[in-house]
Design a protein around this ligand. Sequence first.
Ligand SMILES: [Zn+2]
Ligand SMILES: [Zn+2]
Length: 274
Amino acid sequence: MRIDCHNHTVFSADGKQTVEELVKCAKARGVKYIAITEHMDLGFPNDARPADEPLFDYLVTQKYFDEIARVRKIYPDIEIVAGVEAGFTAGDEERISAALAAFPFEYVINSVHICHGLDCYWAGYFDGYTKETAYNEYLDCVRASLDAPYDYDAVGHLGYIGRASDFADRRLTYSEFADKSDDILSEIIRRNKILEVNSSVGKSDLNGALTIPDLSLLRRYRELGGRLINFGSDSHRTERFNHNYKEVTSALKELGFDEFTVKRNGKFETESID
Ligand SMILES: [Zn+2]
Ligand SMILES: [Zn+2]
């Protein structure tokens, strides 16, 4: 089954596509299962953001669920999951828990965007940092996020920090950060969470990396016994929806993965990768 488990619409501050445009695009491309995962970054440092960054309000209300229900009726042959991407920030766990409990989210991605009070996506994030320091700190934030007191299904875009850094090799690879990576991957396995395979890094970006996590991390995850993965394009506009699906799935098959794990009616189910 062709899937895409990470997408943003206009219910996210930086989303450009409507729910209906996204689902129409899924139908056209033969994607049968999509999760919509709007941003919920309650600890977002809006006051510190660069001038060209949008205000990161949390926009999900009942209207989000109503709109998905409306579009489901138009496209009954496509599974549409009403999810959320919960940005983890230490100290905000209670607020995040309350916000997650306020609506019936069907799928929750646990993502780290913010460390030391700034978004890793901002250029200024790296001022005064070596790659080793910055990436180790990021991995510590990810490790802390795994202990979040609220329930979540998947760990989003492990390696996000590489998307905007300017180091010679921006990838977060297994060999460079083996100990912390092992700790994180083992904990994901122990907790029975999905490790998201995010294709929002194109081949021309991130020193040729196809995905975050880097394929070296996915290889190690599998060696450690990890089997729960899915695919997410992290699209914010239809042009990027299901980006590089064929390249990513063939790389996953080469690593030995043959199944995706999807959330359906509150439970994990597997679908063959195709
Ligand atoms: Zn994200
Ligand atoms: Zn996202």
